[in-house]
Ligand binder design. Structure first.
Ligand SMILES: [Zn+2]
Length: 262
């Protein structure tokens, strides 16, 4: 235990230093690199103040697995794997799927996983009104509350779409927008092959990452098959798995150089 504590302190110190260097502007490549690899701009230096969560500057080797588009036919099998490996994850659920698979939603919650909101109909935002977006978030919050007694705190817009209308709607429904770490997009929704999914997730893992996976929206056998190996490899690398709420609690404040000298 003592050694673990020391490692944790070292890790949090190194996180602070990395954060400081980033803030100081000497490692500007990070932000532009992530921008190039994704349609979502990730400002690593200031993300802790941003309205949108892409990752967290974590004090230790915590990582968050997230599953979108369920509950669906593969969700129960994914829950079995998570149970076997004693891993906690976050499920961004589609409200109308929750109505159809109520027992699965209850199991997700009772197993200690977190439930986030992914709209009611997996909404495509083009041409939709503000009221419609608010309604989609509210209806999903409602069904999750009916089934679990808890209202989701986090919202992931389908497709990772971000605009002012979505931000306002999320604020109105009191949910914080969570996307994912740019390099941690498993692209499993394309069914690119089990080994491809494993490689992409495990090679890019870093402390505080939010990993995007899918338990619904199409056949998810590849994701299911990749999951035990992903978990095993990351555990061997020293990672432990947390929900989004838990990951946010691990967040270390990024200090400016002048604050470090005080
Ligand atoms: Zn989705």
């Amino acid at each position: 235990m003592e050694r673990k504590k020391k490692v944790a302190v070292l890790l949090s110190l190194s996180s602070l230093l990395v954060g400081t260097i980033l803030f100081g502007g000497t490692l500007l490549g990070e932000a532009s690199l992530q921008e190039g690899s994704s349609s979502h701009f990730v400002d690593t230096a200031t993300h802790s103040d941003a309205e949108i969560i892409y990752d967290v500057t974590s004090a230790d080797k915590s990582i968050a697995l997230t599953f979108d588009d369920g509950p669906d036919e593969t969700t129960e099998s994914i829950l079995n794997v998570l149970q076997e490996y004693q891993v906690k994850a976050t499920f961004f659920v589609v409200g109308e799927n929750c109505r159809q698979r109520q027992e699965t939603v209850k199991r997700v919650f009772q197993s200690g996983h977190e439930i986030g909101n992914h709209t009611y109909t997996h909404l495509r935002f083009r041409g939709k009104t503000q009221e419609r977006v608010v309604e989609e978030i509210a209806k999903t919050n409602q069904v999750v509350y009916e089934l679990t007694g808890e209202t989701p705190k986090f919202f992931r817009p389908p497709g990772g779409t971000i605009n002012d209308m979505i931000k306002v709607a999320a604020k109105r429904e009191n949910v914080k927008i969570v996307l994912w770490t740019a390099e941690e997009d498993s692209r499993d929704w394309r069914n690119p092959g089990v080994s491809w999914i494993i490689k992409n997730v495990t090679e890019h893992a870093k402390e505080g990452s939010i990993v995007l996976l899918h338990d619904g929206g199409g056949p998810r056998r590849q994701t299911l098959q990749a999951l035990p190996t992903i978990i095993s490899i990351l555990k061997k690398k020293g990672y432990h798995f947390v929900t989004i709420s838990e990951l946010l609690q691990k967040e270390v404040k990024v200090l400016r150089p002048e604050e470090l000298l005080k």
